[in-house]
Design a protein around this ligand. Structure first.
Ligand code: CO
Length: 604
């Protein structure tokens, strides 16, 4: 009997961490059978961001991916990461939705559910845990590992007592095993030894360690956990290991080979599959590329921000053409986190704090607040580990709002039927309704593509290796400033007040000469904004989720009029001035660029 067991994360966390979750099913299936033959304790293949990324970016059905894995990997238990009441989304869902999602996941092939809550609040885990047990599957209750500024086990919140208390509470919820989830790679080797030893003493079920290599400590922390008696550790194939991903499995098993903790896995088989990955990963170079030279991010030891979060922020800022603001955003995160009561930086808290930090830097502190942060401050995500800054809470909450103190999901109306109803014209498959319910905007887009109602956009299509290489050799088109003297302003030029976040621009718009002949007529006739109208422009790229006022309605400055889905959050955008809404020129569901007009208001 091998003494240490290994969960492989290559098909889920590894590519989520290193390549923004873009690995396609077609590139995983060729080694699925061989992976199944290795003898891993389990394989993490689903959940986390894979569900979102598959529907949002790849036009792939995550349910079909799971069924394909199950077919090719019948022997190895398949594992998913489930965010408690948030499932694979970014908010708490209603109990009926949670029950259905867990049941359907079990039916589609999940054997082990690794269930966690970003706040380690057991009330957010109880419903999904019960659903896992009801489905007869393995319930792995998970403690998110976090630290405060000192960066080590201990400190004012995250000490040994904290973790032992969580472990006892979670075990009491009928856990089949308990996992320590070190999503930021903050668990230092000797802290790992102390923590795992204490958990092994306190618990009568297996203990597993999930770490990230980010700071460079993970291999050492794994080894110390193994010495402390941990039952299972997570690792992945070398091509997708290290950096912000898991430790590599190959050196780990060689380190233990011949010892009483020998994992008993076949190194040659692992190397062959690594070679295969090396042959397909160049297709994804645009997602794999990193500006960093170092394999480790030693700075995480001081800023404690998970690597996955840094790579998300990097791609968000790049899309907004604001990559140069990354250092400011990284400096803002600890400040915002402290104001939010030191939540562990794990999904969805990491996205929420990260996204709020991005808008705090780009738009102004708490000028644009996501619905999610509002809900969190209202107590709808659960207990913050320490109190939320009262000044920040007051700025975010409505004047008379009282934060909730009960189980957050008790406040959520059943929503499964609504989701089924919303997709009924397209599909009666419950799994499709779940996909939509999880992500209404991008989920609906995906379903329309899946059922052939909309064409698949080119950027969602898979690429061959040759296409990826050809793309690399074609220089990107660039926009050059027009040369020569600027043309004279015509009498048709019109002035607009454009509000972008907290900033305000006055711009004058004139049609370019080459378009004037056929377009000027229309432009004058079209119902456009008058010179004194105020335009609320998108402060960042996103999708228009909804308008919360009507055309013709009189609104006050500061009233929320548009909800913009940006950076995976729904963000309330307030009216910059009081007045009458003249037009919402952009259709709901449309993708907008920074600066695109969202609302035209005649000021009063
Ligand atoms: Co992870």
């Amino acid at each position: 009997m091998p003494k240490i067991k290994i969960t492989d994360t290559t098909f889920r966390d590894a590519h989520q961490s290193l390549m923004a979750t873009r690995l396609r099913t077609e590139d995983m299936l060729p080694i699925a059978e061989r992976m199944d033959s290795v003898g891993f304790h389990s394989m993490e293949v689903w959940g986390g961001a894979t569900f979102d990324a598959a529907t949002r970016f790849l036009a792939e059905d995550p349910w079909e991916r799971l069924r394909a894995f199950k077919k090719l990997m019948p022997r190895t238990p398949l594992q998913m990461l489930l965010r408690g009441q948030s499932l694979v989304g970014y908010r708490n869902y209603a109990d009926d939705f949670v029950d259905a999602f867990v049941q359907r996941s079990a039916e589609a092939g999940i054997d082990v559910f690794r269930v966690f809550d970003a706040l380690n609040d057991e009330r957010n885990l109880s419903r999904s845990a019960a659903a896992v047990k009801r489905a007869g599957k393995h319930l792995q209750m998970t403690i998110c590992y976090s630290v405060t500024e000192e960066g080590r086990l201990g400190g004012p919140i995250y000490d040994l007592d904290y973790y032992l208390d969580r472990a006892r509470v979670f075990r009491g919820m009928d856990a089949d095993s308990v996992c320590v989830k070190d999503m930021a790679g903050l668990l230092a080797p000797y802290d790992s030894y102390t923590l795992i030893s204490a958990l092994k003493d306190a618990l009568d079920v297996p203990v597993q360690l999930h770490t990230h290599y980010t700071s460079g400590m993970a291999s050492m922390s794994c080894l110390k956990a193994i010495e402390a008696g941990v039952d299972v550790v997570d690792a992945c194939l070398a091509p997708l290991a290290l950096r912000t991903s898991q430790p590599a499995v190959e050196p780990l098993i060689m380190s233990l080979a011949g010892s009483e903790m020998d994992a008993g896995l076949d190194l040659e088989k692992l190397l062959e599959m690594g070679d295969y990955l090396e042959s397909v990963l160049p297709k994804y170079r645009e997602h794999l590329e990193t500006p960093r030279t170092a394999v480790i991010d030693a700075r995480v030891l001081s800023h404690q921000i998970p690597g996955g979060m840094v790579s998300n922020l990097t791609s968000q800022l790049r899309q907004m053409d604001a990559l140069d603001r990354l250092p400011e955003v990284l400096a803002e995160i600890p400040r915002a986190r402290k104001e939010m009561g030191y939540p562990p930086l794990v999904t969805p808290m990491s996205q929420m704090v990260g996204t709020q930090s991005v808008s705090n830097v780009l738009v102004g502190r708490y000028k644009m607040v996501s619905d999610e942060i509002k809900d969190y401050v209202s107590g709808l995500y659960g207990r913050a580990p320490s109190p939320i800054d009262p000044d920040v809470a007051a700025a975010i909450l409505d004047d008379d709002a009282q934060p909730a103190t009960g189980r957050p999901a008790d406040l959520i109306e059943p929503e499964l039927d609504k989701a089924r109803e919303a997709v009924r014209e397209i599909s009666t498959d419950m799994n499709d309704a779940l996909t939509y319910g999880l992500y209404p905007a991008t989920g609906m887009k995906f379903l329309r593509i899946k059922y052939g109602l909309d064409p698949m956009p080119d950027d969602m299509k898979p690429k061959t290796l040759e296409e990826a290489q050809a793309e690399r050799q074609t220089p990107a088109a660039s926009v050059a400033a027009e040369s020569g003297p600027p043309p004279e302003k015509s009498e048709n030029a019109r002035a607009y007040n454009v509000h972008v976040g907290g900033q305000y621009f006055r711009i004058e718009v004139d049609l370019a000469d080459d378009e004037e002949d056929d377009a000027s007529q229309d432009a004058n006739v079209a119902l456009g904004p008058a010179a004194e109208d105020v335009i609320l422009a998108a402060p960042m790229p996103g999708v228009v989720a909804r308008y919360t006022a009507q055309v013709g309605e009189t609104i006050g400055a500061g009233d929320t009029i548009v909800t913009l889905e940006a950076m995976k959050m729904e963000n309330s955008l307030p009216a910059p001035v009081s007045g009458e809404i003249k037009d919402f020129p952009t259709a709901i569901g449309s993708t907008v660029k920074k600066g695109d007009p969202l609302a035209i208001i005649s000021p009063r």
